[in-house]
Design a binder for this molecule. Structure first.
Ligand code: NAP
Length: 313
């Protein structure tokens, strides 16, 4: 299909670049390590855990697995996070959500050192994005990291959250113009909708964020040049809600009773109206993992740069 935004293809090319960068670090004796923490046995998280492990393997990173029982206390979890924060072998930490109900998830996420918050969801990372202090990646990402080295890094630079940043990268890879366009995002979560809105603002789009209390959703979605949906409601967006020629990014992941995976968008009717559209699966999902790997190798590069004799002089 001609108008597909192919996330799998982009993810493969990002992973190939990450692998080259990991190998370059390996050649100077630096191993790149990503810690992945799973608390409890949520099947979707477990699936993501396995997918991240195999992605690490593919790019030559060392994955450090931390599995805790669902009865783990917040102190036990914080102790593990603290250990990871001071472990020189580890460049990034991903804590899989949801955490068991007795755990204050924000407390755990905020305990990750910002330098290792490669999922970009801690308060410092979120705040820096909102304060335009973390927009380096939005303008200067480079596959080989030369720009990163040549420009150095602002001390307050942190990582952008993987899913929304993946959306921006997917649009960029298809040369989609963002500046000045009407962007409508459905969903205002801290992990997806809010940071995505901030990123589109950095790119100078006009941004509208809709949610469950939005009245007459279709009147907003029909205004969108770029429509992004992140609700977890299968079939929420239908063809009549989309402007002809719009670009539609489906971030939702819904597992149907028969085991099929689908997004928020009714692909059949919307793809007839949209000029470009992401499939589910194969759209934003694969790019999310690729961004996690890219953030992790950037963290290792930054560490290496900061430890270099040049920086210490
Ligand atoms: N592709 C990926 O890599 C990836 C990564 C992360 C998440 N996801 C998927 O993206 C979806 C959203 O994830 P999330 O973590 O952001 O979920 P979330 O925290 O549950 O947030 C869902 C958002 O959607 C809004 N919403 C729900 N039903 C709605 C409706 N009928 N009309 C308008 N807005 C509605 C909610 O509004 P209120 O705030 O008013 O409740 C909320 O803001 C899920 O399907 C998740 O699996 C995919």
């Amino acid at each position: 299909m001609k108008n597909i935004l192919d996330g799998k293809k982009l993810a493969d090319s990002i992973k190939a670049d990450v692998r080259i960068e990991v190998e370059a670090l390996n050649r100077i004796g630096v191993d790149v390590g990503l810690a992945i923490m799973l608390v409890g046995d949520n099947p979707a998280s477990n699936q993501y855990f396995q997918a991240t492990l195999s992605a690490c393997k593919r790019v030559g990173m060392t994955a450090y697995e931390f599995r805790l029982p669902k009865t783990a206390s917040v102190n036990e979890i914080l102790n593990v996070v603290h250990g990871i924060n001071i472990d020189e072998r580890i460049s990034g930490l991903l804590v899989l959500m949801p955490l068991p109900s007795q755990i204050n998830a924000r407390r755990v996420i905020n305990s990750i050192s910002p330098e290792k918050d490669v999922d970009g969801l801690g308060a410092i990372s979120v705040g820096r994005l909102a304060a335009d202090e973390s927009t380096f990646q939005l303008f200067m990402e480079s596959s080989q990291g030369e720009i990163l080295r040549s420009k150095g890094m602002h001390p307050s630079w942190s990582f952008l959250p993987c899913t929304p940043y993946g959306v921006i990268r997917l649009l960029k890879s298809y040369q989609v113009k963002i500046k000045g366009r009407n962007v409508v995002i459905i969903g205002k979560s801290l992990a997806v909708g809010k940071p995505l809105a901030n990123m589109f603002l950095v790119k100078e789009a006009t941004v509208t964020v809709c949610h469950r209390e939005t009245q007459d959703l279709a009147s907003f979605t029909r205004q969108a040049d770029i429509l992004c949906s992140a609700t977890g409601r299968a079939g929420l967006i239908t063809g009549d809600m989309v402007k002809k020629g719009a670009i539609v990014v489906d971030i939702g992941i819904n597992i149907l009773k028969n085991g099929d995976i689908t997004g928020d968008v009714d692909f059949g009717s919307v793809s007839k109206k949209a000029s470009m559209i992401t499939p589910v699966p194969g759209g934003v999902g694969p790019v999310t993992i690729a961004m996690l790997l890219e953030n992790t190798v950037r963290s290792a590069q930054r560490n290496e740069l900061l430890n270099s004799p040049l920086m210490m002089a």
